[in-house]
Design a protein. Sequence first.
Length: 94
Amino acid sequence: MPNINDFANEYANYIRGHINSPTLVQDIAAKVRGLSYTQTGQSISYDDAKNIVNGIQEILNPAVSSNGGKLKIAEDSTAFIAMVQAIRKELGLK
């Protein structure tokens, strides 16, 4: 069974491979919204969705902390950061 880190890795890799897709934000948001718990079948919680997006952020730019504090941002990671912020907004996460 995949865990939060597995999903974060999968989606981070998807973002890397589809960074120029005009529907990337919506695609990732739909993937996260479509997740459900194996045992109950219920959609994942707000906190789990937030943890997945935080994990994506940490994978794509480990220099940005999960609480949004910027430590150091490499120039080549700005597109990834913008995508993660847009995904967070699309999912209604803070």
